[in-house]
Design a protein around this ligand. Structure first.
Ligand code: 6R9
Length: 655
């Protein structure tokens, strides 16, 4: 055992979880796969040539002079090249005769629906671009988007891209304060919003939060508002304009200018758990190249026949890259759903899969664990036989959730792609390829072709098979963030200072005996128990592997003897009843038996809910506050802040 905290910090993550199940790619899928095993070698032999080839999937007005200009840690891709992202996502498909292809099957929560073809999309994007120009928005101006999940949200993003005005989408669930601080940071000239959207069966308002946020921010010149729910709204003449008044009367023609490959496409703020949120900047050519390629390769997309569905919010980067830019750049048909999975009933997702014949579905482990909790009888009532590939994103997927997803949603046939990436990486970085890679429950497997990701120890040295440490990226990639808006120093410090010359995403990882990569959660969440670094992910997965557990969140609380003690919060499956001391003991023993005695939780609390962000990530630091009997930190990015009261109520006054 190490004696000082400094020494303890030198130990890398314990490698506790042993998972031996494996699933081979289905032979028909493998035979016809978009990407075969040779892609890894091709990319390794000439990484820049590989990405150059992928960039040619797009339509460029002017070709690039250089594939990459790398002044560490600042990268520029395809310099000298010019293109228009909206033209690539929309116009070129219409020009190629695909105007009648459906771009989106949109499903509103109350049951209304719209089918939008590429030709429709082109007209609406042009009208919206013309409207923005009329409102005085020009190239380079920032436009904030605070919207429900409706087609106008996508149309606004594309209209912004078309005229070269970077968009900045803020989750519709965030507060006026959160919106306001983001408006300040990027000095947005306009806000696009709606009166409201539907959530859990009710209209939920948006415009009042915008009114509050822009009240003392006179740099916001206009608020363009879509009527969605028909709720009463306050109106400021001159500043506020209705979408139907301004957009609908515009011409459906707009001649798009080609922008520089490095022209800013969007800013997206990371949730910012403690510090000021970071405005992650993405630009045009490299971003579009990598989202298009990864969407096609990782999901084995066949644009003529597939119906693709990312069940995520557009206010999360997953929505930007895999509801909007990736699918549209590939000319895919997507489903877009406005509401929650249990409205009006708990089979809503599976009803949507059946209704539209969804072939590829992509969602977060938190959703999958919720479906586990509701029980397998619910998906069993629907025809899910159209599905052929399933994806997971946002958190490590627990092996139990993976096998449940594969069996109950994928009919024991579909490969599962566990895709690791971040707002900062812009696109998927580590993932199986469904026609090539064997699937292991819980592993993101291998860096994609062209991505130099690695697992290193404390010194930045690559770990051997069986070793644990941190995931890093050794070489720039096309969709990497170009910086933090207005703060180059913070960009260097946050991502490039931990290891000399390496990009540091902040996640723990291990490499198994076969050399495959497992992600182990945020480094900030790693626990230090008697000198061992233990990952919250592994303890959570051990808990979820017990047949009575649906979800688990684990945190380290300070402990006089061991440094930190493991405290677990557990949601039981529907059929498990209320739990009790006997079950708690059984769960503690179950973890010790699965991972070893060092990982046995000091305390397990049965709770009805867990605190999550809007993208479904568990906010472990709030649970640590509870476990250590402290006042709660910032709860402004929680989906539902009342969850913390419910948890506090359930607790025996904590240890
Ligand atoms: C896309 C997205 C990024 C963080 C990332 C990591 C976690 C995402 C994961 C995963 C394990 C996966 N994460 N996907 N961890 N396996 N397949 O989620 O972006 O919201 O910026 O979050 O999410 O911790 O660092 P973002």
């Amino acid at each position: 055992m190490a004696d000082t905290p400094q020494d303890q910090g030198q130990e890398t993550l314990s490698n506790l979880l042993q998972e031996s199940r494996k699933f081979s790619p289905p032979p028909e899928l493998a035979a016809d796969a978009n990407v075969k095993a040779d892609a890894y070698d091709t990319a390794a032999a000439d990484r820049l040539g590989f990405w150059e080839d992928k960039a040619r999937r797009l339509q460029w007005e002017r070709g690039w002079d250089n594939v990459l200009d790398w002044n560490p840690p600042f990268a520029q891709w395809f310099t000298g090249g010019t293109l228009n992202a909206a033209v690539n996502c929309v116009d070129r498909h219409v020009a190629a005769g695909l105007g009648d292809r459906v771009a989106y099957y949109w499903e509103g929560e109350p049951g209304d629906s719209r089918t939008i073809t590429y030709a429709d999309l082109k007209d609406m994007v042009c009208q919206t671009a013309n409207a923005l120009l009329e409102l005085g928005v020009g190239k380079g101006d920032r436009v904030a988007v605070y919207m429900p999940m409706i087609p106008e949200t996508v149309i606004t993003m594309l209209a912004c891209a078309r005229i070269g005005a970077p968009h900045m989408v803020v989750f519709g669930g965030f507060s006026a304060d959160a919106l306001g601080s983001r408006l300040d940071d990027c000095q947005a000239k306009a806000v696009v919003t709606a009166d409201g959207g539907y959530r859990r069966g009710n209209p939920s308002s948006l415009k009042p939060a915008v009114d509050e946020a822009v009240r003392n921010r006179s740099f916001v010149e206009h608020v363009l508002t879509v009527r969605r729910t028909g709720q009463e709204v306050d109106w400021t003449e001159g500043r506020d304009v209705w979408w139907h008044d301004v957009v609908d009367r515009q011409s459906t023609e707009h001649t798009a200018e080609a922008h520089d490959a490095e022209h800013p496409l969007y800013i997206m703020y990371t949730s910012g758990t403690t510090a000021k949120p970071k405005g992650i900047l993405h630009t045009t050519g490299g971003y579009l190249t990598q989202v298009a390629y990864t969407h096609w390769a990782v999901f084995d997309l066949k644009p003529e026949t597939d119906v693709f569905w990312t069940a995520a919010d557009i206010g999360w980067v997953t929505g930007h890259s895999y509801i909007v830019y990736g699918p549209l750049a590939n000319g895919a048909t997507s489903v877009m759903y406005e509401g929650t999975p249990d409205t009006p009933h708990k089979g809503r997702f599976w009803e949507i899969v059946q209704k539209y014949g969804v072939t590829i579905a992509y969602m977060a482990p938190t959703a999958i664990r919720t479906f586990m909790k509701w029980g397998e009888d619910i998906p069993a009532q629907f025809d899910l036989s159209s599905l052929r590939v399933l994806g997971s994103v946002g958190e490590p997927i627990n092996p139990e959730a993976y096998t449940w997803y594969r069996k109950n949603i994928g009919g024991d046939r579909t490969p599962i792609v566990d895709t690791w990436w971040q707002t900062e990486t812009g696109a998927i970085m580590v993932s199986p390829l469904p026609g090539v890679t064997e699937g292991k429950p819980g592993a993101a497997m291998r860096p994609l072709p062209g991505i130099a990701a690695d697992v290193v120890d404390e010194e930045g040295v690559s770990v051997p098979n069986g070793g644990g440490g941190f995931i890093v990226v050794r070489e720039p990639w096309p969709s990497m963030l170009r910086g933090i808006w207005g703060d180059p120093e913070r960009y260097k410090k946050t991502y490039w200072s931990r290891f000399e010359g390496l990009y540091f995403p902040g996640d723990g990882a291990k490499r198994d005996e076969d050399g495959d990569i497992w992600l182990l959660g945020r480094v900030d969440d790693v626990m230090l128990v008697s000198g061992h670094n233990i990952s919250t992910t592994e303890v959570e997965s051990a808990l979820v592997s017990h047949s009575n557990v649906a979800e688990a969140a684990v945190t380290g609380a300070s402990d006089p003897v061991t440094g930190q003690g493991i405290v677990a919060f557990v949601i039981l499956r529907g059929e498990a009843g209320e739990g009790g001391d006997a079950l708690v003991k059984e769960l503690r023993d179950h973890v010790a038996a699965s991972l070893g005695p060092i990982a046995k939780p000091r305390q397990i609390m049965i709770v009805p809910e867990l605190p999550k962000t809007r993208s479904g990530k568990i906010m472990r630091r709030l649970l640590r506050d509870v476990a250590e009997n402290r006042q709660l930190g910032d709860v402004s990015t929680l989906t539902d802040s009342s969850v913390m009261d419910i948890i506090a109520e359930k607790l025996p006054s904590a240890a």
